[in-house]
Design a binder for this molecule. Sequence first.
Ligand code: NCD
Length: 306
Amino acid sequence: MKNLITITDLSVEELEDLIHTAIDIIQNPDKYAESCKRKKLATLFFEPSTRTRLSFEAAMYELGGSVLGFSEAASSSTAKGESVADTARTVGCYADIIAMRHPKEGAPYVAARTAGVPVINAGDGGHNHPTQTLADILTIYREKKRLSNMTIGVCGDLKFGRTVHSLIAAMSRYNGIHFVMISPEELRTPRYVISDILDKTNTRYEETTSLEDAMPKLDILYMTRVQRERFFNEADYLRLKDTYILTPDKLKHAKETLSILHPLPRVNEIAVAVDDDPRACYFKQVLNGKFMRMALILKLLEVKVW
Ligand code: NCD
């Protein structure tokens, strides 16, 4: 049985199969409308979410399946002291597949050991967020028609931003990828991402504090919010939160072919005026996330659609 705990649980070939399935779903939605009939997805969300939880739910409904679950820890038996392992084992008796978001790094991994059904990591603390990466990668592929040979700027909270960690792990497997990691000193990419992923795959990268300097060379700009909920004190958050604000003015020095991504929610990092720029892809990314989650559910449930 397969789980999706980190993005590298999927090989490059499996990831590309998911892209092709997602594109087929976009082109032939009717073919998939009953493919998960009588299957149930449980969404166990111990942390706030709009896109991830609702897109999982929409994905399962569009496959003809149904959904159960909770959207905050307070309404589950966690509030009574139940362990993640016991919650997962229980839910595995009701559902065919589980998507779990949790503030503790590694919680979905623990859940996968007892659930008895496939578990998908829908975000674990400041660690990983593999299904956001599925959305990101389909967006990059649809915009650029390739996944290799490009310069990707990741900007903002690279320390706590789990989406960035998963994106780096996925994209560093392709040829000719160059990362420009733009962050304040305090929010630099964790050492383990550099040594375990970038160095091991010989991926080119540079670190800078200046979005303006990086801008002209970027093919992709991946903006992120400063992750308030992971800070130890509010004063540091307030000092760092508006370090980078993308405005139409700053985009004057960007390539015409730039694609601007953001996992959302945005707080202040992208001015609303940028939304009308044809290079803004972050709402397309939302839609792509649903199609990739549909493809992932089919794969993990081993449902074949002809
Ligand atoms: C991200 C997350 O939860 O990590 N959001 C999402 O799932 N689209 C990014 C964020 O919260 O900043």
